[in-house]
Ligand binder design. Structure first.
Ligand code: PRP
Ligand code: URA
Length: 209
């Protein structure tokens, strides 16, 4: 069974409260999501392997630690997952970025695939899938399946808000994928929206409603 990591640092909780508030506009919403993604990135990358390198400080030579290059890929689920990319890139500037396009059918709530473009060497990388909302879990599960079909073996899922139903689905279908969220909310409503949640993340990021 994969591990659910609830990254609930006080600053993350504070910023998430601002994002949930319906009076927060798109500009602030995007900025807060970027900041939280960077902060959550510390936990998602906590156990990255390090290698030793020899360097010269102004005082002497030393053996120091370095994260090896070509280790990470960030894969946002379009559209809303895009809002978490910049924060992670600030933390890991050399990470490559792939894109998976999925939208939920409005009546069935099932994910529909419309795009997939990934770095060529993605199978060799730790892949961080980003999507602010883990609702039914359908989109996350399909995105992870698409990555596995292309050879990815080391995948983590980074969301902002989840619900127990979505967490359970991902854990059952992909027991090897650890999940990182800032909060686990109460339940899904009749439209499969997270309650209390923050509304439609894509619309709030891009101002489409
Ligand atoms: C939202 C969200 C997730 C998905 C979560 O995307 O960004 O991708 O719903 O729901 P699920 O867990 O039930 O699959 P949406 O389909 O609204 O597309 P958008 O990001 O393009 O707005
Ligand atoms: N997608 C969203 O953007 N919000 C939800 O609450 C559920 C799915």
């Amino acid at each position: 069974m994969s591990t659910l990591h609830v990254v609930d640092h006080p600053m993350i909780q504070h910023k998430l409260t601002l994002m949930r508030d319906m009076n927060t506009g798109s500009k602030d919403f995007r900025e807060l999501l970027k900041e939280i993604a960077l902060l959550m990135g510390y936990e998602v990358t906590r156990d990255l392997p390090l290698e030793d390198i020899e360097i010269q400080t102004p005082i002497c030579k030393m053996t120091a630690k370095k994260v090896p290059g070509r280790k990470l890929a960030i894969v946002p689920i379009l559209r809303a997952g895009l809002g978490m990319v910049e924060g992670l890139q600030t933390l890991v500037p050399v990470a490559k970025v792939g894109h998976i396009g999925l939208y939920r059918d409005e009546t069935t709530h099932q994910p529909v695939e419309y795009y997939c473009k990934l770095p060529e060497d993605i199978q060799e990388r730790l892949v961080i899938v980003t999507d602010p909302m883990l609702a039914t879990g359908g989109s996350a599960c399909d995105a992870i399946t698409m990555l596995k079909k292309r050879g990815c073996k080391n995948i983590r899922l980074m969301c902002l808000v989840g619900v127990p139903e979505g967490v359970k689905k991902v854990q059952e279908e992909h027991p090897d994928v650890d999940i990182y969220v800032a909060a686990v909310d109460d339940h899904l409503n009749e439209n499969a929206y997270i309650v209390p949640g923050l509304g439609d993340a894509g619309d709030r990021i891009f101002g489409t409603k």
